[in-house]
Design a protein around this ligand. Structure first.
Ligand code: BGC
Length: 765
């Protein structure tokens, strides 16, 4: 998809954006000299040393002190010294990584360096918005920059490899890990996957400020039954190829050095044991040259899935399927050698896995200098540096979505009394979100601090917490407990609201409420939050709700009653400043939802690109796909988000009515800022393939463009569609576009669009 833009009335100003370039060579994974050296290493390695490269352990963080005299770690350090470990995860900081690296390089026979991995998901120390939040920016440069900063900090702290981007398409907000991905759509997800890979890896993996990416979780993890984490997945090849795999393919084509498989089964085969996914599709069809790491313990979990009787059988299944590195189960290091010696595993499979792992180590430059990422000076200088904090603020404000703004309550004036109320108002930890790598607890700028800093001396800011959201211990390993009975702060909150001209109520989800192992049957606001809000609203109608959530939430009462609502996600280190920028209008909101917001949890899975079915939804006809109690439509559709100004779309102008497999169609639309302030609009293009060899979605995103328009300014945007843009996995199992009639839609969200029709004359791949 190519997009051009032209300012109306101006001569040229044309920008061309080409999506999805393949650039494996830039990542250093096709270096013939490295291949020769790898061949030489493999020829000198014992079987045990080869298997050692396939073995990854997690650190328990005591590497800077003496290892314990007995137990697991001591043994693991001995294994590193003996060349029986290829990688460690969760070792961070230049001091710790250097010491750990020395164990391998100075002691093992061949001195092969370790590769250090970590979940650097939305920042290392400087936190950006959680990934679903960032995706609401639809801003590929911003997303790339976020990954770039994360890589720069992580690399400076000795980390070589991030377990990101997570590209699992998810349409069920009950699944807590929806916060880690880019939302519900394969096209948006693919573009974001590429941007993140490029951000982490740069153009040279061996540079000291780049790290290897790991696209995960391959595959289907976001489609777990009933949204319960780790649960069974049963996906047709049709949905797998058309919906789940495109972002993985895009990331691999953008040069992702590694892939992580997933915990789930698909149709009876756990992904870790799936030959189809790993060998047939990834390594053969896509010619992927990097390596596959298992998810945490997923080789061992083949036993609990019930497809392997013991760890030896688990190792056998996983290596045959193409899982190259075993994260944390010791199944490979414990059993592969015996399996090879017994003739059950061909040593060539082990050699291939070693080659892939060494290839990435070479590309990272670890054989030239195993300590190249260990530089304490850089670590001190870069972590939380001002440019990184500035970038985090900018990406956070670009990610905020304005859901409602009745009577232009927003932006706020910097005068009078502003009450800042709610459990998340002064919270300096929740904005950091889950999967926060090495963020310092309680280090975010709170909403209250942001508003105080921005409001200046003409406005008075008062604060009341009102009620706590979560009580007790909160961390990655503990399920959150909610405050359901302590209303002792309500009276203060109501008094503060009464005294104010306008009230900002900060509510949503606790930092650890979404993320791994955080599935919920109810995705409404937890605890006493809505009750508090209702009391505050009874005292003062000028309420702005600032939602801070990892996932979409059900907010019908708020949507109906509260005049202004912002979805800010978990916005990261600079949360309060970014939110204040939007509240006071220093930044005019431009975010668009990357996922539908349901009216009721019972609608899930919910997504805009559903099929038409034989009996499409008719709200008053029970014998259609409708519910009898709640409309089918989302509360807020995919792609939705308001601005403080308004944009008007012209009718669409097509360059023709039909085109062939080598032709193209230009779709022109003029978008005008009809309000009184500058603003940014994300213009979205969707198509519908009216008759296919298999059923096709009612709308599919095919392109988008972000434009800045001054008040009164109009711009003509041209989207160019070519036949390959219309390709899909057809009824005959091919990736191709089928001839026939299409609809085309352009608008500011997936619901409100202008439309036209065209015909593709011939099929094409
Ligand atoms: C998660 C992965 C993560 C890994 C290592 C697993 O529990 O599913 O996403 O990369 O742990 O921390």
């Amino acid at each position: 998809m190519v997009v051009m833009r032209k300012a109306v009335g101006l001569a040229s100003a044309i920008v061309i954006m080409v999506m999805g370039m393949t650039d494996l060579s830039a990542q250093g994974l096709v270096d013939p000299k490295a291949e020769d050296k790898i061949t030489s290493y493999i020829s000198r390695m014992t079987l045990e040393e080869k298997i050692g490269q396939l073995n990854q352990y997690s650190s328990t963080f005591d590497v800077t002190g003496p290892p314990p005299q007995s137990g697991g770690n001591k043994d693991r350090y001995e294994q590193i010294k003996n060349g029986l470990v290829g990688s460690m995860l969760n070792v961070t900081g230049t001091e710790a990584t250097r010491k750990m690296q020395e164990l391998a390089v100075k002691n093992s026979r061949l001195g092969i360096p370790l590769i250090f991995g970590l979940d650097v998901v939305h920042g290392y120390r400087t936190m950006f918005p959680t990934p679903l939040g960032e995706s609401a920016s639809w801003d590929l440069e911003a997303l790339q920059l976020s990954a770039r900063v994360a890589a720069t900090e992580a690399a400076a702290a000795g980390v070589h490899w991030t377990f990101a981007p997570m590209v699992d398409i998810c349409r069920d907000a009950r699944w807590g890990r929806i916060m880690e991905g880019a939302g519900e759509d394969p096209y948006l997800g693919s573009r974001i996957a590429e941007a993140r890979v490029r951000g982490f890896q740069g153009t040279n993996l061996s540079a000291p400020d780049t790290i290897a990416a790991c696209v995960k979780h391959y595959a289907g993890y976001g489609f777990s039954e009933s949204g319960r984490d780790y649960n069974t997945v049963d996906l047709s090849e049709h949905t797998l190829r058309n919906v789940v795999l495109p972002p993985f393919r895009a990331a691999v084509d953008a040069g992702a050095a590694t892939v992580m498989n997933s915990f789930n089964e698909i149709g009876g085969v756990p992904a870790t044991a799936s030959i189809h996914l790993q060998r047939e599709i990834l390594k053969s069809e896509w010619a992927f040259r990097g390596f596959v790491v298992s998810d945490w313990g997923s080789v061992g979990e083949l036993i609990t899935h019930g497809v392997a009787a013991d760890a030896s059988e688990a190792a056998l299944l996983a290596i045959k399927a193409g899982s190259d590195m075993d994260m944390e189960t010791s199944a490979y290091v414990g059993h592969l050698a015996a399996l090879v010696k017994a003739g059950k595993v061909d040593e060539k499979l082990v050699d291939d896995a070693v080659r892939r792992i060494l290839r990435v180590k070479f590309a990272l430059g670890l054989f030239d200098d195993p300590y190249r990422y260990c530089n304490a000076g850089r670590e001190n200088q870069l972590l939380l540096s001002q440019p990184h904090l500035d970038a985090a603020r900018d990406v956070a404000r670009k990610s905020i979505v304005l859901l409602k703004n009745e009577n232009n309550l927003l932006p706020l004036q910097k005068k009078g009394t502003i009450a800042v109320i709610g459990p998340l108002a002064a919270d300096k930890d929740t904005p950091l979100g889950n999967w926060r790598a090495q963020a310092i607890a309680n280090s975010a700028v709170s909403i209250l601090e942001g508003i105080q800093a921005a409001a200046g001396s003409d406005a008075k800011v008062v604060h009341a917490e009102g009620a706590k959201l979560a009580v007790g211990t909160r961390n990655f390993f503990t399920k959150p407990r909610y405050n359901t009975d302590d209303r002792s702060g309500f009276a203060n909150a109501v008094a503060a609201a009464r005294s104010a001209d306008v009230v900002v109520v900060a509510i949503g989800e606790d930092a650890y409420q979404s993320g791994e192992g955080r599935s919920q049957t109810d995705i409404g606001l937890k605890g006493l939050q809505e009750e508090l809000l209702r009391e505050v609203f009874a005292a003062n109608k000028n309420v702005v709700v600032v939602l801070m959530t990892g996932r979409p939430v059900v907010i019908n009462w708020i949507a109906e009653n509260i005049p202004a609502v912002l979805e800010t996600w978990h916005p990261g280190s600079q949360a309060g400043h970014a939110i204040a920028d939007v509240l006071f209008g220093a930044y005019n909101p431009s975010g668009k939802l990357p996922v539908s917001f349901p009216r009721h949890v019972g609608q899930l899975p919910l997504y805009y690109s559903h099929k038409n079915t034989g009996r499409p939804n008719q709200p008053d006809n029970p014998l259609s796909t409708s519910y009898t109690d709640v409309p089918n439509t989302p509360l807020y559709p995919f792609g939705y988000g308001l601005s403080y100004t308004k944009f008007e779309y012209s009718e669409l102008q097509l360059s023709g009515k039909e085109f062939g497999k080598n032709g193209q169609l230009d779709v022109k639309v003029t978008v005008k800022n009809v309000g009184d302030r500058p603003g940014t609009e994300i213009i979205q293009l969707y198509t519908r393939d009216l008759v296919g060899s298999v059923t096709r979605p009612v709308k599919e995103l095919k392109g988008f463009r972000k434009v800045n328009l001054a008040a009164g300014q109009a711009e003509e945007i041209t989207f160019t569609i070519k036949a390959p843009d219309l390709a899909f996995y057809t009824g005959s199992g091919k990736w191709e576009a089928e001839a026939g009639k299409f609809k085309i839609f352009v608008g500011g969200n997936s619901r409100d669009t202008k439309e036209a029709e065209f015909t593709l004359l011939e099929k094409s791949h």
